[in-house]
Ligand binder design. Structure first.
Ligand code: AMP
Ligand code: MG
Length: 486
């Protein structure tokens, strides 16, 4: 044990039955170096940012030393990967414990890339620097876009190379999450545990994320409903900013409703319903348009795990589960429509709104228009700057849109304000993220990434610096591919 850097850890997860984890001994690395530290997050967690960047803290991020009260463990989970059920578990992650903040919030502190565990199978338990920077940048951007997500507190390089297709610098990400409990954690409990263990997992998770459901007539059903509601809200937010997760396996879907595991993810540039970037997603299972239905599918797998707890009889449980899952579609649609109206400065609800929105999206798809920039052009009233803006079909659409705005009581200024608040000035364009990673990996230059992270802060502020940065070149995304960070 080393000094305190004011981590204030507990590890309540280790009080669950033993099937849910394997305790670990740290796997030290050769020469850790801190390359990113998230001061804003540190502050939110109640940490002393100066101490947290000291070499004693860096040793913790590297897995070379343990902070007080840490109980390092790898979590067990299973999951449906591309539709197929498999046993998984943390093959390269180590949960140290939960940071309890000064206002008594609880966040998992996990080291991703910390070495082999009982669940590593053939893997080396390590992570390459590139994918860890990618997760750090994109999760921070998501947070700034007001989308629930895990976040990175620190990235360290290990001073060790790891073997992939080529030799790459190794790194460890300190990941902060409301919890790392996944749909796959429940699948693990349902398939490999006793009913009592499933109950304990459910009770524990409810205590952490949904303590109020304990008062409900049917607490487990209320819990399921909350998870469905959170995911409907989350996926709507992804769709509204054009985020494609890339690998929505059930082990990559949290119960907390946070986005997790930024592997082959990407933001789309040109709008396309079928957009898919992941090199391993050959059939487009996780394409942009499929994300809502995949989320519903994953939630059905979650509901199945709860069946023994949901009702007095099998029939009753099944009916409750089906009802809860059937709520996903309408909830998602409600959140999505609400978000789209806001992006277009629309107040209230009218029957023609959805058709108006769909018409715009269809035009964007047909003319390969940039998703983010089309909404920005409308927000800044500068459509003529974009190829789509000069098309007759678009001009006709715009007349209908303006009629809709003029027919509402709210002023034009109120609409413009609403649009600024819901259309980001910029998103983490794939090419910018790649450039930042390349500078870091090839030249040990972390400034490119720091600058990008900086400019991506508060994207709804629409500062001059953001507007200028947003004009930078980027590939339209048609040939862009992302790879799993293994
Ligand atoms: P992911 O695609 O990152 O969600 O990971 C899927 C599964 O593979 C999880 O069980 C991971 O822990 C495991 N895994 C990924 N990379 C490695 C690695 N380098 N070594 C061991 N296990 C890994
Ligand atoms: Mg995963």
């Amino acid at each position: 044990m080393t000094k305190t850097f004011n981590f204030n850890l507990e590890n309540t997860y280790s009080e669950l039955p033993e099937i849910f984890y394997q305790k670990l001994t740290p796997n030290p690395v050769a020469a850790p170096q801190l390359v990113f530290y998230n001061e804003e997050l540190g502050k939110a967690l109640g940490l002393n940012n100066e101490q947290m960047q000291h070499e004693d803290a860096v040793a913790v991020y590297a897995g070379n030393a343990l902070p007080p009260n840490a109980i390092p463990l790898a979590q067990s989970y299973a999951g449906h990967q591309f539709g197929h059920f498999t046993m998984l578990g943390d093959g390269r992650a180590m949960l140290l414990g939960e940071q309890v903040t000064p206002d008594f919030k609880r966040f998992d502190i996990q080291l991703k890339g910390a070495g082999r565990t009982a669940y590593s199978r053939g893997g080396d338990g390590r992570a390459a620097l590139g994918p860890m920077i990618r997760e750090y940048i994109v999760s921070e951007a998501m947070h700034e876009l007001k989308i629930p997500t895990t976040r990175g507190l620190a990235v360290v390089t290990t001073g060790e190379g790891i073997q992939r297709e080529t030799r790459l610098p190794g790194a460890i990400l300190t990941r902060v999450a409301a919890s790392h409990i996944r749909v796959g954690t429940f699948e693990f409990a349902a398939h490999f545990g006793e009913i009592e263990e499933l109950v304990q997992l459910a009770d524990y998770t409810m205590e952490r994320h949904d303590p109020e459901v304990k008062q409900a007539d049917n607490p487990y059903l209320a819990f399921l409903r909350n998870v469905v509601e959170r995911q409907a809200g989350l996926i709507a937010k992804w769709q509204l900013v054009g985020f494609i997760h890339g690998v929505m396996n059930t082990d990559n879907m949290t119960i907390s409703g946070e986005t997790i595991d930024y592997g082959p993810c990407a933001f789309m540039d040109a709008y396309h319903q079928e957009a898919v970037f992941s090199s391993i997603d050959l059939n487009g299972r996780y394409a942009y348009r499929n994300q809502p239905s995949i989320a519903a599918w994953n939630l059905a797998r979650f509901a199945e795990t709860l069946l023994p707890l949901l009702g007095k009889s099998k029939e009753e449980a099944l009916e409750y589960a089906q009802d809860a899952i059937s709520e996903f579609g309408p909830l998602y649609q409600k959140y999505w429509l609400q978000g789209m109206r806001q992006k277009l400065g629309i107040f209230g609800e009218r029957e023609g709104d959805e058709a108006l929105i769909e018409e715009l999206l269809t035009l964007m798809q047909h003319y390969h228009a940039d998703y983010t920039n089309t909404f920005l052009a409308l927000t800044y009233d500068k459509e003529e700057d974009f190829p789509l803006g000069r098309m007759d079909e678009f001009i006709n659409w715009k007349i209908k849109w303006q009629e809709r705005l003029e027919s509402q009581e709210e002023t034009k200024d109120a609409s413009i304000k609403l649009m600024h608040e819901h259309n980001p000035a910029l998103i983490p364009r794939n090419q910018w993220v790649e450039e930042a990673i390349e500078a870091a990996v090839e030249e040990e230059d972390y400034n490119v990434a720091e600058k990008l992270i900086h400019v991506l802060k508060s994207p709804y502020a629409h500062t001059d610096v953001q507007k200028e940065f947003a004009k930078r070149d980027y590939d339209t995304g048609t040939s862009f591919q992302t790879f799993c960070g293994t």
